[in-house]
Design a protein around this ligand. Structure first.
Ligand SMILES: Cc1cc2nc3c(=O)[nH]c(=O)nc-3n(C[C@H](O)[C@H](O)[C@H](O)COP(=O)(O)OP(=O)(O)OC[C@H]3O[C@@H](n4cnc5c(N)ncnc54)[C@H](O)[C@@H]3O)c2cc1C
Length: 393
């Protein structure tokens, strides 16, 4: 494992840092008091526009579509520098990290010309409409139907946990288009204009009072076949492209900064008994582990190898660290933590979501167990069985 940037990586990092030092907004302009809420759509749009104008958007996209044609290492370095400035979360992330790369890989030339430019420039926002009440970890179990009607598709069903759906102009949508074949083979991928009649969005209020995501009901939603991405019933391959790019797009984006916790510990020195001190050092240790994991992934990418289970272990480590740091923050604040809202309280209330979003802890452990430890794969009773014949819960 190599801990240092190569010469070209160091030059790229310096370039990124110089740009951010000169242009980065104060995080409060984008997030208000809550660095996890991404609460100011106008601020995000202005920042995204500036990033695109200076060539800091779509780093890994081909130059022909407005990107810079760089590799995943540069993306991770850029993410790390953004995180250093506490600007890691963006309302444009579903578009930039998921929709864009999937359109580049599977879209027609017409679709690329139509969607990619506005997405890069922050003119159109995207959300991800994959999860359903009965399909999250088992994503291929989606039930939302799309039926062909002449040149159109008519969509009926429900999506849930759709982050940013209220503000989004488009959604990447998975629908069941053939229930007579095994579940992975009967799914089609669509690019859904969110203002289409029949799209109803009901925000879900979280325990930190934010409405980060929503239930999305699709009632007889009619869209033209031009909104289909990739072949009919070929949506699973497109969905895999989306999820793989999500991992790379988010790499290095963790929002935890030990310095903030250390500053709080110094401020609340009277609470630093030996047990608390021990817990604080453990958080520091887990933060260091995360840095090493990051270095391992970057080293692998540098050798031209795509990380696999490392991303899962990384996701587990980030969720653990977020929870531990939030617990620590509250412990240091003491009774004061219950009296008012604040950054640590927010992180404490959001941390459980990190163990679920983008694949739960258990699913990440399954991936690591199978791909790293070589343990036997999970039994799959649904292999080869037509979707319509699967037992329903
Ligand atoms: C903050 C946040 C943002 C999100 N944003 C979006 C979004 O924008 N778009 C979107 O489509 N989705 C989004 N999601 C949904 C997310 O992808 C799902 O919540 C996640 O995939 C888990 O699915 P589920 O909630 O249906 O849980 P389930 O899959 O029902 O899991 C329930 C429990 O069973 C366990 N479990 C399930 N299968 C297995 C197994 N095979 N082995 C062991 N344990 C298992 C799980 O680990 C979990 O503990 C978001 C979620 C969160 C928390």
């Amino acid at each position: 494992m190599d801990f240092r940037d190569s010469e070209s990586e160091a030059a790229f990092r310096a370039e990124a840092r110089a740009f951010l030092d000169a242009h980065a907004p104060d995080p409060s302009e984008l997030y208000g008091d809550d660095p996890l809420a991404a609460s100011n759509p106008e601020g995000h749009a202005a920042w995204q526009k500036k990033l695109a104008a200076h060539g800091w958007s779509g780093l890994t996209w081909p130059k022909a579509y407005g990107g810079r044609g760089l590799g995943p290492i540069e993306q991770i370095i850029w993410n790390q520098e953004l995180a250093r400035k506490q600007l890691g979360l963006s309302l444009y992330m579903p578009g930039l990290a998921m929709a864009g790369p999937t359109i580049i890989a599977h879209g027609s030339e017409e679709q690329k010309q139509r969607y990619l430019g506005p997405l890069l420039r922050g003119e159109e926002m995207w959300c991800q409409l994959f999860s359903e009440p009965g399909a999250g970890s088992d994503l291929a179990g989606i039930r939302c139907r799309a039926e062909r009607d002449g040149d159109d598709w008519v969509i009926q069903g429900q999506k849930t946990w759709s982050s940013g759906a209220e503000d989004a102009d488009f959604g990447i949508l998975l629908c069941r288009t053939d229930p007579t074949v095994p579940k992975h083979d009967g799914i089609t991928y669509f690019l859904l204009p969110m203002r289409t009649p029949g799209v109803e969005i009901r925000p879900i209020r979280q325990m930190n009072d934010a409405t980060h995501f929503a239930d999305t009901f699709l009632n007889e939603v009619r869209i033209p076949d031009a909104c289909r991405l990739g072949p009919v019933n070929g949506g699973w391959a497109c969905a895999m492209t989306t999820l793989m790019n999500e991992r790379i797009g988010m790499g290095g984006m963790e929002t935890f900064r030990f310095d903030d916790l250390a500053a709080l510990a110094r401020e609340k020195r009277e609470r630093m008994d030996p047990v608390t001190r021990d817990a604080l050092v453990r958080v520091w240790g887990h933060g260091k582990t995360l840095e090493l994991l990051n270095a391992r992934i970057v080293t692998k990418l540098g050798r031209g190898v795509m990380p696999e289970a490392e991303s899962s272990v990384m996701k587990l480590a980030i969720a653990r660290l977020m929870s531990e740091a939030a617990d620590m923050g509250l412990r240091l604040l003491g009774p004061e933590a219950m009296l008012r809202a604040g950054t640590w309280q927010n992180q404490f209330l959001f941390a459980p979501a990190m163990h679920v979003a983008g694949g739960t802890d258990e699913i990440q452990k399954n991936v690591a167990a199978e791909r790293t430890l070589g343990l036997p794969k999970e039994e799959r009773a649904d292999r080869g069985v037509p979707f319509q014949d699967l037992p329903r819960g």
